[in-house]
Design a protein around this ligand. Structure first.
Ligand code: SF4
Ligand code: MSK
Length: 672
């Protein structure tokens, strides 16, 4: 039964209506008992602006804001709505959408740039803290950036020194943000027909920064006033994110910190420990969190914690920082985006260490009610409240900075009050499914391709592939769509690849375990999972790691039998609870890469139906992928499965068949 407290003043969220997660519900109740406001309550008291939701409010000059809501009766005849300058609803919605793409691409790509700069310091041996960890991946990535891995000496081909390769890779990578000519080097990693499609349509990104800057120029008052032309630039900037900044971030992080391979852990607020120093890292860049992991594992630091009366140090994470250290070290997830305030409300969080993106300013207000120290670490992301500490992280003194932060948290353990309540709920999880580790599990080192995965898709045991990603959104029930959609897909034999907060939600629900296959999957997928020993939901990392999904999909194409382009695959994507501008950039590059993509919640295009139709219909004719909008998670699954079935039919694999081992000739016969 739902509950709502009737008190005067601001409305309080109903815990049962706010989240499907019992730990979250418990902590919302506790926040009410303690009189602490959270995002769930704010969502009750502030409703979104209807015109903003429709995407048709323009504030790009001081003659506005010009607001162009859709008339209640709809548009009959010609759409005569216009702003003071004459901008149409389509122009305004497209400009707003483009600015979201620019912000999202900037966030991912600036993250990538930061990693590239640290990588260069490590390659040049200017820092002791960071070293090249995965030499195999460095050698694999180098050719994609035009860096030779071998050298001819006296007529003999020899491997080049790893340090030499690393410096050159770093320099080539950094150049991708601002080189004066050419195109992004990673674009050629895409299947050839897709690359050619981008080329033909004039959307090959020139460099990462330029495409983002150009969006800001084109959407300035009085510049680009053709929604189709604006969306073309959205495609170019978003590709610079997915196949540029994000992909570089993933590769360089893997080389520096290790390419993920399957690793087990736990997820939800119950991972916090009452008798331990609890440190939570939150944000996105593993450059900082990797150092915190290293410091918290040092024997003398653990001893220091014990000297303060703690039994040890419990490190956990929120948002994509959590995904980064989960996939490489098995550090547990404390929760998703919407649980950040709740982690402090446990009373047991001694320090929350944040860097960039998805960090609530209200953390500072919540922390005021407890002993929790909020530590900002990034020069571009400070919080103005005076109870927030800023320890600026410098890669040249990374371990020292991390040690300072960890010791601060340990010292703060003794200030913890007695009113501590950590929900007991947590679930086991297995993550670390990089493109490389999927190759090991679902491919075959023998053939060096995704052979087994393709074989199981062709024979129908696996119906198709779904990529799930994205945030939580306080306008929808926390984790409800993530979990309902995911369960519906695996029930229908669709294997799920997950990143971001969707991955954390699935971890909290126990869907990242091989055992969950027998409980939740259709018979085909269950059999594959059981045979290979994998979960039906493969956690592939953080938001920038959606680049892994692009490359995994490319590997599936290259393995043969499922078409020649990403748009041929029986695959679909969804961000059921999205909220961030990064999600819009992701959606645009996934669609422009040929994948049918459903967004939940709402899309800021509804006030401009012609523009919306362009995204949801016309884009498919150009790139093979298209946007769709559907708030109901069961319907999202139905749409995705219908698309997967359509692609199976086009591939000629729509008839359920007995499993047959196919040789290359059979596969070639299936090629379109
Ligand atoms: Fe209004 Fe045009 Fe200015 Fe936008 S750019 S605020 S539509 S006058
Ligand atoms: S953290 S962008 S809330 S997925 Fe990448 Fe989660 Fe969305 Fe932030």
């Amino acid at each position: 039964m739902s509950e709502e407290k009737s008190v005067k003043g601001p409305k309080l969220a109903d815990p049962v209506k706010a989240s499907i997660d019992v730990a979250t519900q418990e902590m919302i109740r506790r926040s009410h008992d303690l009189g602490i406001e959270t995002v769930f309550d704010r969502a009750e008291n502030m409703k979104p602006c209807n015109i903003g939701v429709q995407g048709t409010c323009c504030k790009n000059c001081a003659m506005g804001p010009c607001r162009l809501p859709l008339p209640k009766a709809g548009i009959e005849g010609e759409d005569t709505r216009k702003g003071l300058c004459g901008a149409t609803a389509n122009t305004i919605a497209a400009r707003n959408f483009a600015r979201m793409v620019a912000a999202g691409a900037a966030a991912h790509s600036d993250h990538g740039r930061c990693v590239a700069e640290v990588f260069l310091s490590a390659a040049r041996k200017e820092t002791e803290a960071y070293k090249i960890k995965d030499e195999i991946k460095l050698r694999a990535v180098a050719p994609h950036l035009g860096v030779e891995t071998t050298v001819e000496i006296d007529g003999e081909i020899k491997d080049r020194e790893i340090d030499e390769i690393a410096v050159e890779v770093a320099e080539k990578a950094i150049a991708e943000w601002g080189k004066p000519d050419g195109e992004l080097l990673y674009l050629k990693r895409a299947p050839e027909p897709l690359y050619e499609k981008w080329k033909k349509n004039g959307v090959l990104p020139r460099n990462i920064d330029r495409e983002i800057v150009e969006i800001m120029h084109r959407t300035h008052m009085g510049v680009d006033q053709d929604y189709k032309n604006i969306i073309k630039q959205c495609t170019r900037a978003s590709l610079a994110d997915g196949w540029g900044g994000s992909m570089l971030a993933t590769d360089l992080q893997d080389i520096l910190f290790g390419t993920p391979s399957p690793i087990s852990s736990e997820a939800n607020l119950g991972v916090m420990k009452k008798d331990h120093v609890n440190i939570i890292v939150h944000g996105h860049e593993p450059v900082l969190s990797e150092m915190i992991v290293a410091v918290t594992q040092k024997a003398e630091i653990i001893e220091y914690a014990k000297s303060k009366g703690a039994k040890g140090i419990q490190l956990s994470g929120i948002c994509c920082t959590a995904n980064e250290i989960f996939q490489r070290h098995g550090i547990p997830h404390a929760g998703t985006f919407l649980q950040q305030e709740l982690a402090i409300i446990t009373g047991a969080c001694d320090a929350m260490v944040v860097d960039v993106q998805c960090v609530f300013q209200n953390l500072a207000n919540v922390a005021k009610c407890f002993h929790t120290k909020i530590v900002t670490t990034h020069p571009i992301a400070k919080i103005e409240q005076d109870n927030v500490l800023h320890v600026e992280f410098d890669e040249h003194y990374a371990l020292e900075d991390a040690e300072k932060i960890v010791k601060m948290a340990i010292d703060n353990f003794t200030n913890r009050g007695t009113d501590v309540m950590i929900p007991q709920h947590k679930s086991a999880s297995v993550g670390g499914f990089s493109v490389e580790s999927i190759l090991y599990h679902l491919g075959g080192t023998f053939r060096g391709s995704y052979y087994t995965l393709n074989d199981n898709i062709i024979n129908g045991r696996i119906r198709g592939i779904a990529a799930l990603a994205g945030c939580n959104n306080a306008r929808t029930k926390h984790n409800d769509s993530h979990i309902t959609l995911c369960k519906e897909l695996i029930k229908n034999d669709v294997i799920v690849l997950t990143t971001g907060c969707n991955g954390i939600a699935c971890a909290m629900e126990g869907l990242l375990t091989p055992e969950s296959a027998a409980v939740h999957c259709g018979p085909g997928l269950a059999e594959v999972c059981e045979t290979v020993g994998i979960p039906p939901v493969l956690h592939m990392g953080s938001c920038v790691d959606i680049s892994r999904i692009l490359l995994a999909a490319t590997a599936v194409v290259n393995a043969g039998g499922l078409g020649k382009d990403l748009c041929d695959l029986p695959a679909a994507a969804c961000a059921p609870e999205w909220m961030s501008e990064k999600a819009i950039s992701i959606g645009q590059y996934v669609v422009s890469s040929g994948i049918y993509t459903v967004f939940g919640v709402t899309l800021p295009t509804s006030g401009a139906p012609v523009f919306h139709d362009y995204l949801s219909k016309d884009m498919e004719k150009i790139y093979g992928g298209r946007w769709d909008i559907e708030a109901d998670p069961i319907k999202q699954a139905e749409l995705m499965i219908a698309h997967i079935d359509k692609k199976r039919k086009e591939l000629g694999i729509d008839k359920t068949r007995e499993r047959v081992l196919m040789d290359m000739a059979d596969r070639q016969a299936l090629e379109m």
